[in-house]
Design a protein around this ligand. Structure first.
Ligand SMILES: NC(=O)c1ccc[n+]([C@@H]2O[C@H](COP(=O)([O-])OP(=O)(O)OC[C@H]3O[C@@H](n4cnc5c(N)ncnc54)[C@H](OP(=O)(O)O)[C@@H]3O)[C@@H](O)[C@H]2O)c1
Length: 288
C-alpha cells in the first residue's frame, strides 16, 4: 500500500512496484486524479494487480473507512509506504481539520500514525512485512527542532515550513518508537529522508508567481521522482533489508543519522501517547 500514489514519487514507486509484479494498492484522496494514475500505471506496467482506494489522510474518519475497505478486499499486507504529505506553501495561518487538528500535523504525522496502527494486525499476520515513513532532508537545517507539545496546532507560533519540518521530525521519532514496539514481530519500520525532488509544475499552478518561480529554480537542482522511488522500492523489497528496522536512510539507501534531538526516548514516548490520544486509538487498537 502506498499513500499519495497519484503524483510525484508515490506514483513512480507504485509503477515500479507494479513492474516488479507486486500487487499495489494506491491510496489517493481525489477520485479522478487517482483513476487517471491507476490507468496510467496499469498500462505502463502491463499489470492488472494495481488497485485504487480513496482516503483523505487529514481525516481520521476517512482513514478508518480506508482500513475497513482494505481489510474487506485483502487478506495480507507486506509493505506500507506512508508517502502522502501536505506541503501547501501558501498556508499563512493554521487551518484546522474536521478533527480540530492543524492540517499539516494531521496529514503528515497523525494520518500515517493512525493508518499504521490500524494496519498493524494485518502487517503482523503477513510478517515479514515492512513500513516506510517519509521525512525530509531539509530537516538538516533544523538541528534544534524537537516536538513542541504545547504548539501541535500552531497555536503559539506558525509558519508553513516550521509546521512541515515539525511533522516530518515527528515521523522520524515515531519510526524509532514503533521499531522498539515491534521488536520480535517480523514487522520492520524505517524512515527515509527525501532531498529536493523535482515536483510537477502543474501542481504549483495555483500558487502566486513568486512561489512558482522558486519552484522552477528549485526543480533544476532536484533529482527525479523516478530516482527517488527506486530507493523507496529498494527499502521495501530488497532481501538485504529483511529484519533491518528503526533506521534512517538517505536517497541512495545509505543509513544516516537524524538530529541529536530526534534520539530523545522520552519525547518518542510522549509523542506516541499524545498521537494515540489525538487519533482516539481504542484500548484494543493500542494493544496491537
Ligand atoms: N519533492 C520534494 O522536494 C520533497 C522534499 C522532501 C520531502 N518530500 C516528501 O516526499 C513525499 C512525496 O512528495 P512528492 O514530491 O512526490 O509530492 P507530490 O507530487 O505533491 O505528491 C504528494 C502526494 O500526497 C497526496 N496528498 C496530499 N495531501 C493528502 C491528503 N490529505 N490525503 C491523501 N493524500 C494526500 C497528494 O495528493 P493530491 O494529488 O490529491 O494533492 C499527492 O498524491 C512527501 O512525503 C514529501 O513530504 C518531498
Amino acid at each position: 500500500m502506498i499513500t499519495g500514489a497519484n503524483s510525484g514519487i508515490g506514483k513512480q514507486a507504485a509503477l515500479q512496484l507494479a513492474q516488479l509484479g507486486m500487487t499495489v494498492v494506491m491510496v489517493c484522496r481525489n477520485k479522478s486524479r487517482g483513476q487517471a494514475a491507476l490507468t496510467e500505471i496499469r498500462k505502463k506496467s502491463g499489470s492488472e494487480h494495481v488497485d485504487l482506494l480513496l482516503a483523505d489522510l487529514s481525516s481520521q474518519k476517512s482513514i478508518r473507512e480506508l482500513v475497513k475497505d482494505f481489510t474487506c478486499a485483502y487478506d495480507n499486507l507486506h509493505s506500507l509506504i506512508n508517502n502522502a504529505a501536505n506541503f501547501d506553501y501558501s498556508l499563512k495561518t493554521p487551518v484546522l481539520t474536521e478533527d480540530g487538528i492543524e492540517i499539516i500535523f494531521a496529514t503528515n504525522h497523525l494520518g500515517p500514525f493512525l493508518l499504521t496502527n490500524l494496519l498493524l494486525n494485518v502487517l503482523k499476520e503477513s510478517a515479514p512485512s515492512r513500513i516506510l515513513n517519509i521525512a525530509s532532508k531539509g530537516l538538516i537545517t533544523h538541528p534544534w527542532l524537537t516536538i513542541e507539545f504545547d504548539n501541535l496546532n500552531g497555536q503559539k507560533k506558525f509558519s508553513y515550513s516550521h509546521a512541515y519540518y515539525h511533522s516530518k521530525l515527528a515521523q522520524i521519532m515515531v519510526t524509532y518508537e514503533l521499531a522498539r514496539r515491534l521488536e520480535g514481530t517480523g514487522v520492520t519500520v524505517n524512515c527515509i529522508r527525501v532531498p529536493n525532488v523535482k515536483i510537477d509544475l502543474n501542481r504549483a499552478r495555483d500558487l502566486p508567481w513568486y512561489m512558482r518561480h522558486t519552484y522552477r529554480i528549485k526543480r533544476s537542482f532536484g533529482i527525479t521522482p523516478e530516482e527517488m522511488a527506486k530507493t523507496y522500492v529498494h527499502l521495501v523489497t530488497a532481501p538485504e533489508m529483511e529484519g533491518v528496522t528503526g533506521r534512517y536512510f538517505d536517497e541512495r539507501g545509505n543509513e544516516v543519522k537524524s538530529s541529536e534531538k530526534s534520539y530523545d526516548k522520552n519525547v518518542w514516548k510522549n509523542l506516541w501517547d499524545v498521537s494515540a490520544e489525538l487519533t482516539h486509538l481504542s484500548t484494543e487498537e493500542k494493544r496491537n
